[in-house]
Design a protein around this ligand. Structure first.
Ligand SMILES: [Zn+2]
Length: 574
């Protein structure tokens, strides 16, 4: 490709439209455009994206996975994690056809017998944005593509085999993109899931928070991170006493009024859980120590395990819903509540803390000295608290810190013990109908690209891995009065293409400085320069983008020299 003919432009200035370093670099180097808070791909960006798709496609096909395409513009019945989105929950339960429903149909139409299993199908789909933040760049554009793969297995052995095949394929893909990643086990990030490994890349421009221990290196998704909780237990259990606490309907107001630390209070929270196959939402009463906040994913896991049903959505219960189960909003109590309508889930720290203040289920009244076990019992005691910065790492006791990161992929297996998760059945050897086991695997290509660029760039521009670069060679001809310089460059361009290299040829009438700057900005793996100076020595200058050394290579040695260099560069491909 001749640069003079390329649909392309560069930006000298740092653009203000996009926030992330990867988006800014892609914009400056002429890979993308940004307008109306949306990203568009220019030809260089298209080529980069295509290469990435191809790496993924080949890695999937290599182990026998087969590509399918579900109709686009289907809805999603994925869970909305954000409590504030409770207003939008109608969209989750409304009856537009979802991806999952279509997939279920597709599987049911094709799969009849055990002879067809195991099978792996995958598709590239538009990722559905849950964040409505503007200026999100690549990962918030319509071009944000996700690889979604599903394994359908007849038994647990086949499922585990499919899981490890995906694990290997994904590792290979990240390796080709020259992207080291952190693998973390998040056993219940997805509803109905028993085993989940999250592949993440830690970067300040990430949109997820992870809980990290500097000392032992333990890393966990913030919402799911375990942490050492400090009990607040007194020597003696005091007797229960009802006290007047006017208008103290929040933990802060209550602690201030009674002049007690929040660690001596118990916090009541009510949720409505929409469960699969159940018409009415299930009311959930979560009780935590006053200084703790609830972790929704942890809570969801407990609800699913307890009800043995997949959760469709979870939202904060309205005052009317709280009253309906006989509780007084702001003063709800685990002691005197009617329990037939609610599930009481108590954080594990509550039984380890004594003489806590809790609601009396009466407006403006609380109980002093409530004690778990003596005054009330829960349906479940579990870890449902959200980790905080500072408290100790569960593994080594050092303080935990929050770090930003991007989720680039995950591997998951459905929990066969959860009911209602089945999406496909088949006839086994004995003609009996059985449920297939489903594994679900994903790579977020926009986040993968973002992470890769975050890692592979310098002040001058991109440094693209050979497997992803739109072209392997950036050929430059420097301005000269000697027509032989141009002729040599043209010949080399033809020769390199004949030898099978993809070449971007900067044949523009520009100064050397401009050409070198643009080459650094675009970041192709190898730069070859033809100039008067090199011509005088019957040579060309070769420089790898990831190294600073420039080598003068004799014309007759060019072929073998670049061959060796590319063998080194592409060695990560296999
Ligand atoms: Zn640690």
């Amino acid at each position: 490709m001749r640069l003079s003919a390329l649909f392309w432009r560069t930006l000298r200035e740092k653009p203000s439209e996009l926030v992330g370093i990867s988006d800014q670099l892609l914009l400056r180097a002429g890979f993308i455009t940004a307008a109306f808070d949306q990203v568009g791909f220019l030809p260089l960006g298209m080529a980069l994206h295509k290469n990435l798709l191809e790496i993924v496609r080949q890695s999937m096909n290599k182990f026998g996975a087969q590509e399918v395409q579900l109709p686009i513009n289907l809805g999603s019945d994925k869970l909305a994690w954000d409590l504030d989105q409770s207003q939008d929950r109608k969209t989750n339960t409304s009856h537009e056809i979802s991806d999952d429903e279509y997939l279920r149909e597709m599987l049911q139409q094709v799969i009849q017998s055990y002879r067809q299993l195991p099978v792996v199908i995958y598709q590239f789909q538009q990722s559905l944005n849950t964040e409505q933040e503007a200026h999100q760049g690549l990962s918030n554009s319509d071009l944000s593509v996700v690889l979604s793969s599903y394994s359908i297995s007849q038994d647990i052995n086949a499922q585990q085999e499919a899981y490890s095949k995906h694990q290997n394929a994904f590792k290979g893909i990240f390796q080709k993109c020259d992207l080291p990643f952190n693998l973390i086990r998040s056993n219940y990030l997805l509803p109905g899931c028993s085993d989940l490994e999250e592949m993440i890349y830690l970067t300040d421009s990430g949109n997820q928070t992870y809980c990290a221990c500097e000392k032992c290196g333990s890393l966990a998704n913030n919402a799911l991170a375990k942490f050492k909780k400090l009990p607040s237990a007194d020597q003696q259990l005091e007797s229960l006493e009802k006290v007047y606490t006017p208008a103290a309907s929040s933990i802060e107001a209550l602690a201030n009024y009674l002049k007690l630390p929040q660690t001596k209070t118990a916090k009541a929270m009510f949720f409505s859980a929409v469960l699969q196959g159940q018409r009415q939402p299930q009311t959930v009463f979560a009780l935590l120590r006053g200084d703790m906040d609830v972790s929704e994913p942890k809570l969801i896991h407990v609800i699913e395990t307890q009800t043995r049903k997949k959760l469709i959505s979870l939202y904060l219960a309205s005052e009317a819903e709280i009253r309906k189960v006989g509780a007084v909003p702001g003063f709800a109590s685990p002691i005197s509540i009617e329990r037939s309508e609610t599930i009481l889930i108590v954080d594990e720290l509550i039984p380890q803390s004594t003489n806590l203040v809790c609601g009396a289920n009466e407006v403006d009244y609380h109980y002093l000295n409530s004690n778990y076990g003596r005054d009330y019992c829960a349906d479940v005691v579990a870890d449902i608290a959200q980790a905080k910065e500072g408290p100790a790492c569960p593994a080594c006791g050092s303080p935990l810190a929050f770090k930003k990161g991007l989720q680039i992929g995950y591997l998951s297996q459905n929990n066969p013990n959860l009911l209602d998760t089945n999406i496909c059945s088949f006839l086994d050897e004995n003609g009996k109908r059985k449920d297939a086991l489903i594994g679900q695997y994903q790579i977020n290509l926009a986040n993968l690209l973002k992470s890769m660029i975050d890692l592979h760039h310098d002040d001058a521009g991109l440094i693209l891995p050979a497997a992803l670069a739109p072209f392997l060679i950036h050929l430059i001809v420097l301005p000269s009065k000697d027509s032989q310089v141009q002729i040599t460059a043209e010949n080399l361009y033809t020769r390199l293409i004949e030898e099978g290299y993809t070449v971007l040829f900067d044949d523009r009438d520009e100064r050397a400085g401009v050409k070198f700057n643009d080459a650094d900005l675009i970041g192709l793996p190898m730069r070859i320069t033809v100039s008067e100076r090199s011509l005088a020595q019957e040579a060309v200058e070769v420089k790898r983008r990831d190294q600073s050394i420039k080598t003068l290579v004799k014309n007759e040695d060019v072929k073998s020299f670049i061959q060796t260099e590319f063998q080194l560069l592409l060695s990560t491909l296999n």
